[in-house]
Design a protein around this ligand. Structure first.
Ligand code: 8YV
Length: 314
């Protein structure tokens, strides 16, 4: 039996992680909560995943909620102003997933430039017997614009340096790096051949990648998004891809997830992956361990001192 109050679990966790959570906490899922209203007063913590949205209405039902521990780095799915007003601590699992997300960004970029999904299909279909596969584009010598030079953006830049290219970045402020800083996203898009979107989701970055930015990126331009679907105006992106205003896009995140019946699926100049940025065994186990430690540490620290260990600044 757990020495902690019941924890509301939102989202599906891999079996190993779910088992570890149940070893430590009495977990309640959303259906059980709905079926047993008295449980609402007992819930003092939530453990969730960063690609789930939590409504204020749900939090309203939990009068004694004190902490929301998300398994992931993004917390744009959590009503932060509401949580702050209620004094609810929000914790996340930063850093442990930076490498995995950066690796996916590089992989998606190379797959896009060298048309790897199409090349695989080309061989399997037997088309190779009739003609050579069309030429791709080199990464070397290109200008890569990083939208959001945070921890993940810096991990991507660190890897890109091995490809003999130029890096520039857009963000809220200039940083102590040698690369050109753009405080205007259209300016970065005009400069760059490639844009890699790795800024947080949320109101400050909502649809900042729009038709104007995509037109500035230009007909040879490539967009990679491993951040949040909300950062890109998806309709503008579809029009830009369909009308060849940009050359192509590789997307791991979308306005609505999972992606269902999207016209993006009909285009051959887009690569679509199912929000797998942090989805490696090693990373997810580390994230879960950190999320569980955060939850335990924050729960115990909070109950003992009224202070949290790792609140997010949101
Ligand atoms: C989570 C995410 O990592 O970390 C984030 O912000 O976007 C997600 O990939 C994943 O859902 C694990 O909880």
């Amino acid at each position: 039996p757990s020495c902690f109050p019941p924890l509301l679990k939102i989202g599906v966790f891999p079996d190993a992680i779910d088992a570890e959570l149940r070893r430590i906490f009495q977990l309640v899922d959303v259906d059980e909560l709905a079926a047993t209203p008295p449980l609402r007063r007992e819930i003092e913590g939530i453990i969730t995943r960063s690609n789930y949205r939590i409504s204020e209405e749900l939090l309203e039902q939990l009068p004694n909620l004190r902490i929301i521990a998300t398994n992931g780095v993004g917390y744009d799915g959590i009503p932060m102003a509401y949580a702050r007003n209620r004094g609810i601590v929000v914790t996340n699992t930063p850093e442990v997933l930076d490498q995995a997300v950066a690796e996916l960004a590089i992989g998606l970029l190379l797959a896009m430039l060298r048309h790897l999904p199409q090349a695989d299909r080309y061989v399997r279909s037997g088309a190779w017997q009739a003609a050579a596969f069309p030429l791709g584009t080199s990464l070397a010598g290109k200008r890569v614009g990083i939208v959001g030079l945070g921890r993940i953006g810096k991990e991507i830049a660190r890897r890109l340096l091995a490809f003999d290219l130029e890096i520039a970045y857009f963000g809220r402020r200039r940083q102590a790096v040698d690369w050109p800083f753009f405080d205007d996203l259209k300016g970065l898009a005009s400069y760059a051949d490639i844009l890699i979107v790795c800024c947080p989701g949320g109101p400050n970055t909502y649809r900042i990648i729009d038709a104007q930015v995509l037109n500035a990126l230009g007909p040879a331009g490539v967009l990679v998004n491993i951040s949040r679907g909300s950062v890109v105006d998806e309709q503008d992106l579809y029009e830009a891809l369909k009308g060849k205003a940009i050359s192509g896009a590789a997307l791991d995140v979308f306005d609505q997830e999972p992606l269902v019946d999207s016209p993006l699926s009909d285009l051959d100049n887009v690569i679509l992956t199912p929000h797998i940025g942090s989805a490696t065994r090693e990373t997810r186990l580390r994230m879960a361990a950190l999320a569980i430690d955060n939850a335990i540490d924050n729960l115990t620290r909070y109950f003992n001192t009224g202070q949290a260990t790792t609140p997010v600044a949101g």
